[in-house]
Write a protein that binds this ligand. Structure first.
Ligand SMILES: [Zn+2]
Length: 475
C-alpha cells in the first residue's frame, strides 16, 4: 500500500513543523500522520527519521547547465551538464533545477525549448524546467510566440537590461520590446525573470577604469555598482507598474539599493519578487582580494558589508524570497582564467552546499524558523515559478521530493567531499546540517552518500503561474 514510510521526523509542512510519519505511494506523498499511526506492515520500506528534519527537496530557480562560454584566450567551453550538476544537487538535497532555453533571432520560442531539450532529456537526474531567455532583440511576432509558450507551460521569460560586459552584444533588450513583453505577461499570466543593471553606468565604469588602468577583477563592484542596481531596478519596476498585472522576479539582487526598490514596489502592492544568491549572502567585495578571489564572483558583483546586511534583512522582511546559486559549474582553472574586470567569468559552483550552508547561516546563526528556511531554499521558488504544491511542499498529493536533513552533523565544506567541481567558494565553511537522504518522486536518489539516481530519472516540469503569485501574494 505504501512504498515508504518516513518515521518520526520533524516534518516541515505548509502548516508548520510537526513530528510525524510521512507515507509515500508511487511518486507522491500519500499520507502524513501522527507518529506510529500508519500501518507499518503495509509499507515496503521504513525509514527512521528520528532526530532528523524532513523537508521538501530544494528548488534552485536559477542555474546554467551545459552552458557555452569562452575563456579570455578565445577557447570555447561548455560548462558541466545536468548529469554532473544534478548529481551534485541531489547529494546536497536539491531535487528541482530551473535553467534557461536560449531564444535567438531566426527561431521561434518553442524551437528554442526543443533545441534545449537535447541537452537535458535522458541526461538529468533532477526534475527541471527552463526560463526562455531572450538573447537578441525580439521581432514583433515574438509577442504571439511568447503568449503561446506561456499557454504551453513555459510561463517565464528572462530579460537582460545590460550586455554585462563590453565584449558582449545583443543580450540587452530595448525597453520598447520589454514593454511589449510585459503586455503579454499581464494578459496571459507570464512572469518576467530579470537581470537588471544600468547598461550606461556599467559601460561608463568599464571605460573609466580601463582608462585609469584599474582593470583587476577586485574592482568589479565599482563597475557593477549600487547606483546601477538602483537606477535599473527602479526603471524596470516603474515600467512594470505601468502595465497593471505585470509580475517580475528580480534575479540575483546584490545591493541594498535593489532590496529597497523591490520593497517600495511591494508596498505599492505590485507582484514583484526578489532573489539573491548564497554568494551574495556569504561574501563581499573584500573577498575578491583573497587568493583565487574570482571564485566568489558572479555578475552583477559582490558588494559591501552594508549591502550584504541589507540582503539578509530582505530575507526577513519578505523582499528577498528565494536564495539561488546562479550555478555555472566549471573547473577552478577555468573559473580563474580571467582576472580582469572585463574577462572574469560569472556563475559559480554551489548547488551542492546550498542547503547545508543556508541551514547553518539561517537556522543556526540567525535563528530562523525551519519554515522560513524551507521557504527560502525551496517553497517560495516553487510558488513563484508555478510548480507549487507539486514541488516545494510536504503535503498529501505533492510529489514525494523529500530531503532528510541531519541537524546534528558538524563539519566543514570541502570541495574534495562534494560532487560538483574541483573547487567550492564555500571551502572551509562551517556546516551544522547536511542531508542524509534525498528522494525524488518516491525514489531514493542519495542515501548516506551513496548515489542511486540515473540520468533518465529527471522529468521536465511544465508550469503555470498561480493567481496568487500574479497578484503579489505568496500563499
Ligand atoms: Zn544567471
Amino acid at each position: 500500500m505504501f512504498d515508504l514510510i518516513i518515521q518520526g521526523g520533524d516534518v516541515v509542512t505548509p502548516r508548520g513543523v510537526v513530528r510525524a510519519d510521512v507515507a509515500v505511494a508511487g511518486e507522491t506523498i500519500a499520507a502524513i500522520a501522527a507518529v506510529g499511526a500508519l500501518p507499518v506492515d503495509l509499507a515496503t520500506r521504513l525509514i527512521d527519521a528520528r532526530d532528523r528534519i524532513v523537508m521538501p527537496g530544494g528548488v534552485d530557480p536559477h542555474v546554467h547547465m551545459h552552458h557555452p562560454w569562452s575563456l579570455p584566450d578565445g577557447t570555447t567551453l561548455t560548462t558541466a551538464g545536468p548529469e554532473q550538476v544534478g548529481r551534485a544537487a541531489l547529494h546536497g538535497g536539491t531535487t528541482t533545477l530551473i535553467d534557461f532555453a536560449y531564444w535567438r533571432e531566426g527561431a521561434t520560442a518553442m524551437q528554442a525549448i526543443e533545441s534545449r531539450d537535447k541537452d537535458f532529456i535522458g541526461k538529468s537526474p533532477c526534475d527541471w524546467a527552463y526560463h526562455i531567455m531572450l538573447h537578441s532583440e525580439p521581432r514583433p511576432e515574438f509577442s504571439g510566440q511568447l503568449a503561446e509558450a506561456i499557454q504551453a507551460g513555459y510561463p517565464t521569460l528572462k530579460i537582460f537590461t545590460t550586455n554585462i560586459l563590453p565584449s558582449r552584444r545583443g543580450r540587452m533588450i530595448d525597453f520598447g520590446s520589454i514593454w511589449e513583453a510585459f503586455l503579454v505577461f499581464a494578459r496571459h499570466g507570464g512572469l518576467g525573470v530579470i537581470h537588471a543593471e544600468d547598461n550606461d553606468i556599467v559601460m561608463h565604469m568599464y571605460a573609466k577604469l580601463i582608462r585609469e588602468g584599474r582593470v583587476g577583477f577586485e574592482h568589479l563592484s565599482e563597475v557593477h555598482n549600487q547606483l546601477s542596481e538602483d537606477l535599473s531596478f527602479r526603471r524596470i519596476l516603474r515600467l512594470a507598474e505601468s502595465v497593471p498585472g505585470t509580475a517580475l522576479y528580480m534575479m540575483h539582487v546584490s545591493a541594498g539599493t535593489g532590496v529597497a526598490a523591490i520593497a517600495e514596489a511591494r508596498r505599492k502592492g505590485l507582484p514583484i519578487y526578489g532573489e539573491t544568491l548564497h554568494q551574495y549572502l556569504g561574501y563581499t567585495a573584500e573577498d575578491y582580494k583573497r587568493p583565487n578571489g574570482q571564485i566568489y564572483h558572479t555578475y552583477p558583483s559582490l558588494k559591501s558589508e552594508a549591502d550584504r546586511q541589507a540582503l539578509w534583512q530582505g530575507t526577513v522582511d519578505g523582499v528577498i524570497h528565494a536564495v539561488a546559486t546562479d550555478e555555472l559549474c566549471c573547473s577552478l582553472k577555468d573559473k580563474i582564467a580571467g582576472n580582469r574586470i572585463d574577462d572574469t567569468t560569472g556563475g559559480n559552483s554551489g548547488v551542492e552546499p546550498r542547503l547545508g550552508v543556508m541551514y547553518t547561516e539561517m537556522v543556526t546563526r540567525r535563528g530562523y524558523s525551519l519554515e522560513r528556511y524551507v521557504d527560502l531554499v525551496s517553497s517560495n521558488a516553487a510558488k513563484i515559478m508555478g510548480i507549487y504544491p507539486r514541488k516545494g511542499a510536504i503535503a498529501v498529493g505533492s510529489d514525494a521530493d523529500i530531503t532528510i536533513m541531519d541537524p546534528t552533523r558538524r563539519g566543514t565544506v570541502r570541495a574534495a567531499d562534494l560532487h560538483e567541481s574541483d573547487y567550492t567558494p564555500w571551502e572551509g565553511h562551517e556546516i551544522n546540517a547536511w542531508p542524509t537522504m534525498t528522494i525524488l518522486r518516491g525514489k531514493v536518489m542519495v542515501e548516506n552518500g551513496r548515489y542511486f539516481a540515473e540520468p533518465t530519472d529527471g522529468r521536465y516540469l511544465k508550469r503555470r503561474m498561480s493567481q496568487d503569485i500574479l497578484r503579489g501574494v505568496l500563499p
